[in-house]
Design a protein around this ligand. Structure first.
Ligand SMILES: [Zn+2]
Ligand SMILES: [Zn+2]
Length: 319
């Protein structure tokens, strides 16, 4: 039997690696605070749900996008690779690390340095095994968190208990894969607004997964690499979708200027044709149950199963 699999109680062979969605919401997260402190008339039902349903039972409660890869290598050992640690990271750790029994983080991989991707980095001290992580990767975090990269103490400087990370820069180049805690990841540069390149990641030998949390437009190399007619069909595509409708006034091209909205997201799915897709990055416009009913219909029509992900979702995969 494959070392990365085990037989469960019902006799099925289940993969030992898993993807855990720590966050599936937009930058402001859901509920949107404004809907609660300055309620509209009628009030935003979706945000008001959060006042009565606890977050762990409310699929419409969404923290900043973040994925934890529970990677079980061929030696049977588990490594925990975190993609992004945004403003809501501490809350995500308290809720989902405990629920899914995640003991630590071994590597952090960052998509870009916006607040909803990195502002939780200060809190990684809770989940680190000292002295330091295997590796952390990103572009210009040193400006936001100089103490996380500072190595030598100056004369008279006190030793402080902050995380010290070993930094590696990921190049915006899909031909330059890197390894984090034993798992090879291929950078997938995409436009996140026309003046900004953000990274997504492609990983998994047996089960190919692409993660794209912040995208407004594909770059040709990235699109080719993860499309069925190009580099090969993905087993799972995790893709950005911010609003349900296209906000035409934000851009001449008929889309939001820095994120995909549902029409662009579905268009991309048809082009790339993955075996399965899960959507992330949603605002309070999306109702988990209702919109998943719509997506179930769409999936049936187009032959590509797609659903909204939700915080806490765990997807077993054989990477
Ligand atoms: Zn709302
Ligand atoms: Zn961003």
């Amino acid at each position: 039997m494959d070392a990365a699999s085990y037989v469960s109680d019902n006799g099925n062979v289940e993969p030992r690696s898993a993807l855990i969605f720590l966050g599936t919401g937009c930058s402001s997260a859901v509920p949107n605070a404004m809907c609660l402190i300055q309620p509209s008339d009628p009030p935003c039902q979706l945000c008001f749900q959060s006042m009565s349903i606890p977050p762990d039972r409310n699929p419409n409660y969404r923290c900043n996008t973040s994925l934890l890869i529970d990677y079980c290598g061929s030696d049977g050992e588990h490594k925990y690779i975190l993609i992004d640690a945004g403003k809501t990271f501490r809350e995500q750790v308290l809720r989902w690390f405990t629920f899914h029994k995640i003991p630590r983080v071994d590597s952090i991989v960052l998509t870009h340095e916006h607040a909803d991707a990195v502002l939780g980095l200060d809190d990684i001290r809770f989940v680190l095994l000292l002295p330091q992580l295997d590796d952390v990767s990103d572009i210009c975090i040193g400006v936001k968190f100089p103490y996380l990269v500072q190595k030598k103490l100056k004369a008279g400087q006190e030793v402080r208990r902050v995380a010290q990370l070993e930094w590696r820069i990921i190049e915006n180049d899909s031909k330059k894969p890197f390894v984090a805690s034993g798992l090879e990841l291929v950078p997938l540069p995409v436009m996140h607004g026309e003046d900004y390149i953000c990274l997504g990641f492609l990983f998994g030998d047996k089960y190919r997964v692409a993660y794209l949390s912040d995208i407004s437009r594909f770059l040709p190399d990235t699109e080719h690499l993860i499309s069925k007619n190009g580099g090969g069909q993905l087993d799972l595509l995790i893709l950005d979708t911010l609003y349900k409708v296209t906000l035409y006034f934000w851009s001449f091209k008929g889309s939001h200027n820095v994120h995909f909205c549902l029409p662009q997201t579905l268009e991309a799915l048809k082009k790339l044709c993955p075996k399965r897709a899960l959507l992330i990055g949603m605002t309070h416009e999306f109702d988990h149950q209702k919109d998943n009913e719509f997506l179930t219909e769409w999936s049936r029509r187009e032959g590509i199963p797609v659903q909204l992900a939700h915080d806490g979702l765990r997807v077993p995969v054989d990477l």
